[in-house]
Design a protein around this ligand. Sequence first.
Ligand SMILES: Cc1ncc(C[n+]2csc(CCOP(=O)(O)OP(=O)(O)O)c2C)c(N)n1
Ligand code: SF4
Ligand SMILES: [Mg+2]
Length: 286
Amino acid sequence: MTEITLDKLLSPMQPTWCPGCGNFSILTALKQALVELGLSMEEVVIVFGIGCSGNTADFIKCYGLHGLHGRGMANAIGIKLANHKQKVIMIGGDGDIYGEGLNHLVAACRGNHDITTLVFNNHRYSLTTGQSSPTSAQGTVSKSTPQGLIETPLLALNIAIGNGAGFVARAYAGKLKQMVELIKAGILYEGFSLIDVQQPCPSFNKEQDYAWYQENVFDLDEAYDPSNQAQAMTDILNSQKLSLGILYQNNNRSAYHKGIPQLNEKTLIEQFPNKVDLTKAIKEFI
Ligand SMILES: Cc1ncc(C[n+]2csc(CCOP(=O)(O)OP(=O)(O)O)c2C)c(N)n1
Ligand code: SF4
Ligand SMILES: [Mg+2]
């Protein structure tokens, strides 16, 4: 086993993100969290969606899969069921996970699959140059909504909390230390953890810049009780500003794979080691 260090995670490829992009600090927080958890390179696998967020695949050296836009969660669930000893992390954008991939998100929540999902939520389809996304504010003027967005934003976190996700948190790319702690808590949680990371996109979301976030985020205080599902959903619904921290945590629900007796002892790949022959598939793609 090779212990994770920042050096080991260093990719030979330099990030191609725009100057000031929130993705830089999210990547830093993720790496720091993996190091602080003392995990090994072999036990972590990251599935990436398609987007500026998904391009993180090139900028961190680890086991992983750069999937299809909106479909990464299905891959992540498959990986977890094949080898439930892996720490499986899913990274995607608001367009990817709350838009095209929303049904897969709901499936992951309902099953409470033990996957940690980081949504790089910049409120835009940024890689495709800034169309309105499911989390864009009503009235947003963008290339796809030149007269202003008619729809209201998707209440993604309430969809997750209301549909079985065991751990739901909100982070902000401008608060590194808190991001590290929330990512660590999500990975340690045995069940589905969703961390919505509010991410400035200086190129295509000029409204929600760092100054806007300074005014519009606040930390949950110590009196906040994350075990209260109904209260968590009501607070999200009623709050004018974005609360940061663990919004909901259910410690009474077990993860999906725990409900499968055949996975009690050994993982699927431990049970059927000879059935796994990727030689042909690998030859096809290299
Ligand atoms: C199946 C499929 N649908 C659509 C696209 C086009 N596409 C690529 S990236 C992208 C937008 C990504 O937005 P988001 O998920 O929010 O990520 P961001 O770039 O903002 O990080 C879209 C629509 C695609 N590549 N594949
Ligand atoms: S377009 Fe936005 S999200 Fe994409 S790299 Fe540039 S600043 Fe970041
Ligand atoms: Mg986006």
